[in-house]
Write a protein of this length. Sequence first.
Length: 200
Amino acid sequence: MPLDVLADLATTLRTWPSLLPRIAAAPPSELAELAASPHASVRILVAQRRDLPAELRDALAGDPDAAVVRAVAPHPGLSEDRLRSMVSLHGVQVLAAVAANPDASGALLEHLTRHQPPVRKVFKEVARHPNATGPALLPCLAHRTARPLAAAHPALPPATVAALLSDEHPGVAEEAAANPALPRTVMAELVGDATVPQPS
């Protein structure tokens, strides 16, 4: 599809929820052309890619339109300062997308879970993020969809993992039982073997 036709469609239709093959195959020159469009709906098409040149990625990250920023926020390579700036400028509109960024630090994830007003989707993203810390995960336990994910996260404090073994939701208890942070003494009790060897 010619880019000009695609751009025209983007200005009249709702934004597509996923990356279009035509955009995925576009070379840097075409991406730059689309990213310079005065229409946010066209810039969003480019922002959905996850292999953008650094200068184009950063330009979209500083876009004045929150929808464009939300689309590019999960892109790898964005700096901590850039991610925090997104949150400062656009608040709740971009929180979940920033939490989904693979480079988000533990400190940033903690900040996102403390944001007021809270955003429910943030907790699910944080609960499955490999960089999540204990303090970031604890608030996730208060949310139904995030609770099982947090229960399985190895950064969850061991005492909290042990307490979740008696959770009323079986899925949460199962995830806690499989969590590598579960204390070995508690694990031994679970399997009925008090002689589980201790690490040397």
